[in-house]
Design a protein around this ligand. Sequence first.
Ligand SMILES: [Fe+2]
Ligand SMILES: [Fe+2]
Length: 347
Amino acid sequence: MYVDFITDDFPKVASIRAMLGPRHVVVPRLLGSGDTDVRDNCSVLMFDADLRKLVSIQAIKEILLKLNVIPDRLFVVPKHIYHLVAQARALGATAIVSRPREIVGELAQIEAAKRAALAGVTPAAADPARSTAAFSSMFSALRNGQPVNILDAETITTHVIHGIEKAGLATWLEDVRRHHQGTFQHCLLVTGLAVGFSSALRFGERDVKRLGMAATLHDIGKANIPLSILDKPGRLDPDEESIMRTHPVAGYEALKDNPDVTAELLDCVRHHHELLDGSGYPDGLKGQEISDLTRLLTISDIFTALIERRSYKPAMSYPDAYRILCSMEGKLEGALVRAFGKVALAL
Ligand SMILES: [Fe+2]
Ligand SMILES: [Fe+2]
């Protein structure tokens, strides 16, 4: 593979070449040199720079904005220095590596996944580790008060779309349920169902991505909810429930000044728990006050919550979950619920 090695310390190039050659071709870039051309043959970005320096962080952000078509982004960071690991995640690292063995192992995994993809045998969940890393990166950025890297959400959404194209929605959903857990599993399932829903509505590629991005980001405000509440092995008490209900506004607040987040994405993040009869939260919106994109997201979100297994409730079957959606007349748009039936009842 071709590995774009981006560093602020050029002498490191020789040792990386010695480590990776002849299996991989190391193409060096000097951080801050302004070299951000996308090379056709580049497969992986590998950053080795001092993440304590603001100038390095800024230069890496600029490179990532230009090279966002390259999904694999390794960061060489000492794993025992927590704030550097968090910084790498916030920048959009898909893997953190420290030791030569880890670097070689990670590249071998990426190479194997690319070969499998070329042969058409990519696992449907499209590399669960990569989606987990992208979610962790976004959630830890939010927890640390740093800007969320929208490239992470794009990476996840693109993987979901490709995974479903390859495996079909039903198989893809099962794979996600096997390989992911907790909030990340929930967000992936909502995204998969939203992508399936928008395809059933014959949305174009761009609109499928819009809804997919909204679903990927919709619960990002849960990053600040204590794990004792998020993972509670039982129903939430009223105090815990009110803390849980802060997540749409928390997500909105964390994203509202991010120049890469559109107004419609913000709207979806804040309002995905609103219901047409005004009984939802946080703003008690009614009817036309709730956007079309949000209505689609809400249906996908409620259906997902029903089919998820929780410690206090078994997973509901797809037809049973769909029956519940149908019973929410007045709260969800009937025509959209009927359209969602093409997705839910075909699983
Ligand atoms: Fe939510
Ligand atoms: Fe949700």
